[in-house]
Design a protein. Structure first.
Length: 194
């Protein structure tokens, strides 16, 4: 949640060393940390109340994620797979990064995997995922920490995020199917109470 107990931090730093002299006491380390924080420039945080914002929350389960190492052949293959799934009118999403290409879908991959070149080309595959799509006004991109608030809220609820994508004002958060309903509840509470 962005909070730290300074004494606990000092104890942690003393225990781990962190290049500190072994003669330094916990209270001396804590005092140095406090002095450091006082010298930091103040940053105006933009307060934002989600409950004043229209949002749309969509949940979808049984998502598979296919990851391809990016090269010309795999780029063509991943786009071909994406097109086949789109033609079947299933959910599909294609994300191209600098080094990887990801295809997400709720389509059964059984038939698709029969093609030997597809199975060999996938560098990583995960199934039994679900996603929560949060559609917020695009102006929220300018709010400092808005994504941090969403991810830290899930972290406090002990829900690991498998992957996180932003597309315009839409946020796709992939979690395991078994965490999906709790994640939905946590985010719905965040968006209506803040």
């Amino acid at each position: 949640m962005g909070l730290v107990n300074i004494t606990a931090l000092a104890q942690h730093m003393k225990k781990r060393g962190f290049g500190l002299d072994s003669k330094n006491t916990v209270s001396a380390i804590a005092m140095t940390i406090r002095r450091y924080f006082i010298k930091l420039p103040t940053v105006d945080a933009t307060a934002f109340i989600f409950s004043n914002t229209p949002y749309h929350l969509v949940v979808r389960s049984n998502i598979s994620e296919l990851i391809f190492t990016k090269d010309t052949d795999k780029r063509l293959l991943s786009r071909s797979i994406f097109q086949k799934i789109s033609n079947l009118k299933h959910f599909s999403c294609l994300v191209e990064g600098e080094r990887e290409i990801v295809v997400m879908t709720d389509c059964s991959l059984h038939e698709l995997m029969k093609e030997s070149n597809v199975q060999k080309s996938i560098s990583y595959q995960t199934t039994r995922l679900g996603f929560i799509s949060v559609n917020l006004p695009i102006r929220l991109r300018e709010v400092v920490g808005v994504y941090g608030l969403i991810t830290s809220t899930l972290a406090v609820a002990q829900i690991p995020i498998h992957s996180f994508h932003t597309i315009g004002g839409e946020i796709l958060i992939l979690v395991k199917n078994e965490d999906l309903s709790v994640a939905q509840e946590v985010l719905a509470n965040l968006l209506t109470e803040n």
